[in-house]
Design a protein around this ligand. Structure first.
Ligand code: SF4
Ligand code: FES
Length: 165
């Protein structure tokens, strides 16, 4: 379920079900993304360009933005690409059309899709690959401990995630 956080120049939305907890948001702009505050996303705490830049670093599509100030919306040039992340999901960048059972359609510019087979939220990764020790080649990415990734060997559950409400 996507929640919307509206600012003056930019609107940010967040879907916890898609998040893979790499905390680019918390590290990138701690003023705009602050777990100790409600709402945890306040887009006006930074310049709209900075917010957009950090949202684009979110690999999973959990965070999206919509510019309200007339500046260009996120666009992907060229074809849609699929890149395996080492020991983890497939990173898709481009145009991802998600058709849900209830008939709704969501367009994502980025997504991380399960390739270990263990996700409880397929086709999206939900970090179960960490629990099962999935190993497969792919592009390296650094894992940082954070309040949404308190341990390296276990995924955080949705119930434990400080952003669930
Ligand atoms: S995947 Fe989750 S933790 Fe990582 S940047 Fe996106 S919203 Fe933040
Ligand atoms: S690759 Fe992450 S849950 Fe399967």
């Amino acid at each position: 379920m996507r929640k919307v956080y509206r600012g003056k120049d930019i609107e940010v939305s967040f879907d916890l079900d898609l998040c893979i907890h790499v905390a680019e948001c918390l590290r990138g702009l701690p003023g705009a993304f602050d777990l100790n505050r409600r709402p945890w996303v306040l887009p006006d705490m930074a310049a709209a360009d900075e917010v957009a830049e950090v949202v684009r670093l979110c690999p999973s599509g959990a965070l999206l933005y919509r510019r309200l100030d007339g500046e260009p919306q996120e666009e992907h040039e060229g074809s849609t690409t699929v890149t395996p992340m080492r020991n983890g999901p497939l990173l898709v960048e481009g145009k991802v059309e998600v058709r849900r059972e209830d008939g709704s359609i969501e367009l994502l510019p980025r997504a991380t899709l399960c390739r270990c087979g263990e996700s409880q939220h397929k086709p999206f990764c939900d970090n179960q690959h960490i629990k099962v020790g999935f190993r497969a080649p792919g592009i390296p990415y650094r894992l940082h401990l954070s309040p949404v990734r308190p341990r390296l060997d276990q995924p955080i559950s949705k119930a434990e995630d400080p952003r669930r409400n």
